[in-house]
Design a protein around this ligand. Sequence first.
Ligand SMILES: Cc1cc2nc3c(=O)[nH]c(=O)nc-3n(C[C@H](O)[C@H](O)[C@H](O)COP(=O)(O)OP(=O)(O)OC[C@H]3O[C@@H](n4cnc5c(N)ncnc54)[C@H](O)[C@@H]3O)c2cc1C
Length: 736
Amino acid sequence: MNTPGQARNGGVRWALWIGLAAVMAVVVGLYLYFDLGRLLTLEQLKASRDGLLALFQEKPVSTVAIFFAIYVAATALSIPGATILTLAAGAMFGLGVGLLVVSFASSIGATLAFLASRYLLRDTVQGRFGKQLKPINEGVQRDGIFYLLTLRLVPVFPFFMVNLLMGLTPIGAGRFYWVSQLGMLAGTAVYVNAGTQLADVNSLGDVLSPALLGSFVLLGIFPLIAKAVVGWLKGRKVYAGWSKPASFDRNLVVIGAGAGGLVTSYIAAAVKAKVTLVEGHKMGGDCLNYGCVPSKALIRSAKFAKQLKKAGALGFEGATAQLNFATVMQRIHRVITDIEPNDSPERYRGLGVDVVLGHARITSPWTVEITTPDGQKNTLSTRSIVVATGASPFVPPIPGLKDVGFLTSDTLWKLKELPRRLLVLGGGPIGCELAQSFARLGSTVTQVEMAPRLMGREDEEVSALVAAALREDGVNVLTGHQAVRCEQEGEGEGEGRDATKRLIVKHAGAEHAIEFDVLLCAVGRAPRVTGFGLEELGIALTAKKTIETDAYLQTRFPNIFAVGDVAGPYQFTHTASHQAWYAAVNALFGGFKRFKADYSVIPWATFTDPEVARVGLSEAEAKEQGIAVEVTRYDIDELDRAIADGTAHGFVKVLTAPGKDKILGATIVGEHAGDLMAEFVLAMKHGLGLNKILGTIHIYPTLAESNKAVAGAWKRAHAPQRLLAWVERFHAWQRA
Ligand SMILES: Cc1cc2nc3c(=O)[nH]c(=O)nc-3n(C[C@H](O)[C@H](O)[C@H](O)COP(=O)(O)OP(=O)(O)OC[C@H]3O[C@@H](n4cnc5c(N)ncnc54)[C@H](O)[C@@H]3O)c2cc1C
């Protein structure tokens, strides 16, 4: 997917590369050919001292200019001898002018060397070792100034090496220049000064005595020490005004027993910490009680309804069944009850977690007040707190919405009757799963989405496939429709027998009305951030209203962490539990070692039919971010098992680095896409390419073979055509 622009840029870059490399090769070649290194020795300098001095006195301006140019060229080309040149500057120009000349010449030369390394080598090095270099890049991005200053202040680090290595990192050229100039000033002054007394210098070692070197080392590590002290003071400043308890009741208090809180407390108990988990409503949180579990149980019934419709194709003529919606809902609640023991207080107490049912409120950075259902209050002191309070359905401020009444994923599961006309507001994953399910069960479903397409996070072709599937199931999909207001005529609750309810939508500048009996609001989920002490502590929120955390999941109070839906950036059960490990470990052992939450390989799925699963980049994201990718696609229509099952639709799409089998992203649309994706997640996580997937035996006939098939398609596109032409000749010769 290289655009013409990218190809052109690549060509210009390549020409620049060759030009620069050629110039450098010629100059270095001349230096070696004429053995110019012999001029840059202490003996030579001492011998020429009087001549150089006379030259300067005779033609001061041109001598300085020529010297400046030589110095810049020598440092830019990383030619050894900068120390001798610095001594020469002292010998010829004296301390003041010498320092001025060398300070600027060395900084300019260093920056040119830095730029040469950047343009000649950085892309290759980063492309090859990008993964290993990631922590260094991040460190340089964060603290590059301090690192560079240290390297410059301590003159034992080779000057040319610092220039070339820094060119490979993300530090900016301007920043590199001024930090270099500042950092090298002290060392330059010492050498220029030594040059003024050249007669006393018998070897380069004389210039730097061990004591002077020690002072430089101290000076060099000073910025890092200063930074650590500033960080420590900043940390203390946040706590100013709060009194820290002398000892703590708990190592950790976890607020919220959804996926994030359960896993955090489980890990804490496993490593023998004293941990209390506080849940204000239902153990298991949204996933078990209102989210993943009930929605997937509903999808199961809806799928059966669909299969029943297609029974004729499997040889069952006239198969029909009467829907008993109450039984569908009973089954959903039974499924929740069956899973409940996994998340129960009993199980967690057995694991060593102190589970308390009650409302938690953070009253200071180290105290949590718990109000139990009988109104009793108890305050626990704790070294650390993990906030895992989740998110609730977002209700948009649509005039009249509250008056007509609406359901959300929190209240949907109390429905007693199948809605006759259901209006689903929202075209995201939750809206799509529920709209399709109710349509399959028999509701007349209208789905309203303001954006131009459903599931806007996925590629356009995915949205189109999902919209087509929903329409085939009878959903009236209205994209590009903005909900304006709700209206009601007559009185009465629920099914609209007594009242007529309408949603007024705006589309292409015109308003029209959609009548409904039940409105389901599925337009997103807002993090739960109020009413439990965050405001009082001044814990900041992001633009998306999630709790602001750093890479270690710490809030502005380093001992208060946040995970799951309340922290973002993802709202999935598996990302909440993934973050939980980092929060638990950082909260309990952060004093020794902290870990940054790793979001490099995050998969997810939407359980529509066909399912949509993704990991890594989508095609649209690659384009937006200017990342060159190759796209390989395999249509599941061709897969034996899918054909046998009557599910031969959808595709597997894999994005790879151009010319390489490295997987940058995968999207699967089809039956069991969420399960099939596991292979790509594993491959991406452990750096396995498509060749490895191709070389792995997949059971025949399975849907998983589609992963191998896409790897095969990639391999065919990269077959070594020239070699094959020779192989063809070889076979012809063998036949002859
Ligand atoms: C319809 C639907 C379908 C979904 N399907 C999927 C899916 O298929 N796959 C997937 O990965 N994700 C799915 N999700 C998302 C998933 O449910 C959430 O990402 C997940 O529950 C987040 O877990 P959490 O621990 O952050 O928060 P939650 O599970 O919301 O848990 C937070 C808990 O904190 C408690 N709490 C809040 N404040 C306090 C307080 N002050 N004191 C004590 N307790 C408190 C709450 O009562 C709640 O139990 C779905 C969500 C919905 C709504």
